[in-house]
Design a protein around this ligand. Structure first.
Ligand code: NOJ
Length: 744
């Protein structure tokens, strides 16, 4: 690092503020964004080195980046010299306060502190894919709001969430962090999460910057292998990948993160087409783009840059604003400008974006606003947040099979209940990978949740049955069988451990591990009433279980209230309403798989097929049962001959014909029967979560706008093409009733 004299912006800033308030009393009629003027003023005071510092995000940990040992960088000096604009992973409030104090004393420009707050800060919610299965947008938004409240109470101002990557490939364990496979559902969830984190007022002290990630096509990594190359077309990108990002941007998301993968041969951190043309160009994004962890330097490994310096050049030219812990900008941007290779205007633009975030957060007014003592004690695990965790966990659970109507269980019938399976052995399993400050001690395991529900009415005992999810153990198996034999109900919990979904957890085979299948077979042979509860962060293939076990519930990794939520569902205090946000493949060879597939030119039985397996998934997108039954009838559309620009009104009658009150996600799909490019079989366009008492009937209304009929045409324009369409309404992507109309 070079040494330069440090200028204090603070004095200049105060004088400037006085000037601004004096002009405000005057007569000026010209409307300008006051923040922009302040940003310009500060920018004009900065040296090149200080500008570059704003683009440098330091990590607070031992090894700073691949080419820098801890000893290379003295963090205090970096802050004092203005060589850092934002931080990630500064855990303790006292450290944050310390750095902020240094920054304000020496540079006058406050720092932003970022942390991955993904599915809970102190109160842990279900993993994002699980929450997506609730299709309950207000609840999903509330989770993000609570994360922001708890996270900001510990001085965090920026989360690297939501992940809005669409994926059709469950080998990619990162699927756990997203909203599933569908661009429409994914867009709704993206907007809800952004709004939850950022609230209505970013300058409040309990709202934080959101970050839509990973831009873009990270969910399309080839063969489901994390960080891999992608080969998707621009059409695929625009149709399926970009909509949730665009929705996040429209919802006001202030930051975006580069993806680790490449797109069309260019690593995303250096991808002008994605960042300058689409994000900042077509969409007019005014916020800042941050790299992923060292992803600028990784452009060298991609063989896209000859060295770190060229990586810095390519990243800034592409429009990436902030270098997350890679120190590539810090080491090279100044030289690149001085050598005339980088126009300082590019740097100014990036710095403006960072400064603007700091103004929007209100940090220039009060740099210490996020460091209020005593807030943590008040906000962490507030009873309402814990109650919310239970609520969203039970709404996320998806009933996959209930063939013999074993569920809901009687609270009095079963006196000895065995909870068996590796999932409930460790409380942390239920937390998933991004548990931030949520300790495992907070977790209510399945076994405990059932005990809480039944009290003295039943004896509830646990046995793992395996050494862990992947390893058999004969003694453990025998103990489990003995327990099951002496019990009158078995809750068999199967799935994946805490670290088997999330970043860098790709699998070539997403089958349920064999020791668990063997355990299930032994339990089945006992002929006891058995409920299989799956816990995982991605679809798992389990053909034997699906075929042979009549009662299966998907719980995902349900968070700190997993057990209480499960007990609510099992014993009928909550009637399951979750629907799969992602297709469950029947076997790994089918992936990538999605309901958004095309018919192909050979849709018949002997056409596009496998010789050794069916094309059919285990469970389709949108699937999920209830304890009650919902009947769809009387689908009506306002016209069968629609003109461009007009809206189509759709209504359908929904009746609860079963024995329980319940909620149903009514799903509306549009099938475009032909177009200037081949069309998918159907696309989700609307949904409504409807509560009906038993015996109740309601008419559910939807409006289809021209926007809903648009597609990326042959010329890559987003248009509604005249032609024939089909409205499909139903309980999942496979079971629908239909009406056709012509658009002209
Ligand atoms: C890498 C992950 O891909 C990204 O999602 C995360 O936000 C960063 N690491 C920071 O932890």
């Amino acid at each position: 690092m070079r040494s330069t004299t440090t200028t204090s912006f603070f004095g200049a800033y105060i004088i400037f503020m006085l000037l601004v308030s004096m002009t405000a009393c005057g007569e000026s009629k010209v409307k300008t964004d006051p923040t922009d003027a302040k940003v310009e003023e500060i920018l004009s005071q900065m040296t090149l080195r200080q500008k570059v510092g704003q683009l440098n995000q330091l990590k607070h940990a031992k090894l700073i980046a691949n080419n820098h040992k801890e000893t290379d960088i003295n963090i205090d000096s970096a802050v004092i010299n203005g060589d850092v604009g934002t931080f990630l992973n500064v855990w303790w409030m006292k450290d944050k306060r310390h750095y902020q104090k240094l920054a304000m004393e020496h540079t006058g420009v406050p720092l932003i502190f970022a942390l991955d707050i993904i599915h809970g800060f102190r109160t842990t919610f279900p993993v994002p894919l699980g929450e997506a299965a609730s299709w309950n947008l207000p609840l999903i938004e509330r989770s993000a709001r609570i994360m922001a409240i708890e996270g900001t109470s510990s001085g965090n101002m920026w989360t690297f969430a939501p992940m809005v990557d669409i994926s059709f490939d469950a080998r990619w364990g990162r699927m756990m962090e997203g909203g599933g496979e569908d661009p429409y559902l994914g867009s709704q969830i993206a907007a809800a999460r952004v709004h939850g984190f950022q609230g209505d007022d970013l300058s409040a002290n309990n709202t934080m910057l959101a970050c839509a990630k990973h831009f873009a096509a990270y969910g399309q990594v080839e063969a489901g292998r994390d960080y891999n190359q992608t080969t998707v077309s621009e059409r695929f990108l625009r149709e399926y990948v970009l909509p949730p990002f665009h929705a996040a941007e429209k919802a006001g998301c202030r930051t975006f993160m580069n993806a680790f993968n490449d797109y069309d041969g260019v690593p995303c951190s250096g991808n002008k087409f994605l960042i300058r043309d689409i994000l900042k160009g077509e969409w007019g994004f005014k916020g800042a783009v941050v790299s992923d962890y060292n992803s600028f330097e990784e452009m060298v490994d991609w063989r896209y840059a000859k060295d770190r310096k060229q990586a810095a050049l390519k990243a800034i030219e592409a429009g990436s604003d902030i270098d997350m812990m890679g120190l590539v900008y810090m080491d090279h941007l100044q030289d690149l400008v001085e050598e005339g290779k980088v126009d300082v205007a590019l740097i100014d633009d990036a710095v403006r974006r960072v400064l603007k975030l700091k103004f929007e957060l209100g940090l220039f007014d009060d740099p210490f606003k996020y460091f209020t003592d005593g807030l943590q004690e008040k906000e962490w695990r507030h009873p309402e947040y814990v109650e919310h965790a239970r609520k969203i966990a039970r709404e996320s659970m998806v009933l996959l099979k209930n063939d013999k109507q074993l569920l809901p269980l009687s609270k009095t019938k079963y006196k000895k209940i065995a909870v068996i399976g590796p999932i409930d052995a460790k409380p942390e399993t239920h937390m998933g990978t991004w548990s931030a400050a949520g300790p495992k001690e907070d977790v209510v395991r399945f076994t405990e949740g059932i005990r809480n529900k039944l009290g003295k009415a039943a004896k509830v005992t646990f046995e793992a049955g395996c050494a862990d999810e992947h390893t058999a153990d004969t003694k453990a198996l025998n103990r489990a069988i003995r327990l099951a034999k002496s019990s009158d109900l078995v809750i068999l919990t199967l799935g994946e451990g805490q670290w088997f979904s999330g970043e860098n957890t790709s699998l070539v085979d997403i089958s349920l591990p064999e020791p668990q299948v063997q355990l299930a077979k032994k339990i089945k042979a006992l002929n006891k009433p058995t409920v299989v509860v799956m816990a995982d962060g991605r679809p798992i293939c389990m053909p034997w279980i699906k075929e042979n076990m009549p009662t299966i519930l998907e719980s995902w990794l349900a968070g700190c209230e997993a057990g209480n939520a499960l007990a609510d569902v099992l014993f009928g205090d909550y009637n399951p309403s979750g629907k799969l946000p992602v297709t469950f493949p029947a076997n790994t060879g089918q992936v990538p798989i999605s309901y958004l597939r095309k018919a192909t030119g050979r849709p018949t039985e002997n056409g596009t097929r496998y010789l050794d397996a069916s094309n059919e998934p285990a469970f389709p997108f949108g699937y999920g049962l209830s304890y009650t039954n919902f009947k769809y009838s009387n689908l009506k559309i306002s016209t069968d001959s629609l003109k461009l620009g007009q809206q189509l009104e759709v209504s359908v009658d929904l009746e609860n014909t079963g024995q329980y009150d319940g909620k149903e996600v009514v799903q509306l799909y549009i099938s475009d029967l032909y177009g200037s490019t081949s069309r998918p079989l159907k696309e989700l366009k609307h949904f409504k979560l409807i509560a009906l008492k038993k015996g109740e009937r309601k008419t559910v209304h939807f409006t289809i706008a021209e926007e809903d009929l648009k597609m990326w045409n042959e010329q890559m324009k987003f248009v509604a093409e005249p032609g024939e369409f089909q409205v499909q309404v139903g309980t999942n992507s496979d079971v629908v009733i239909t009406k056709n109309f012509i658009l002209s």
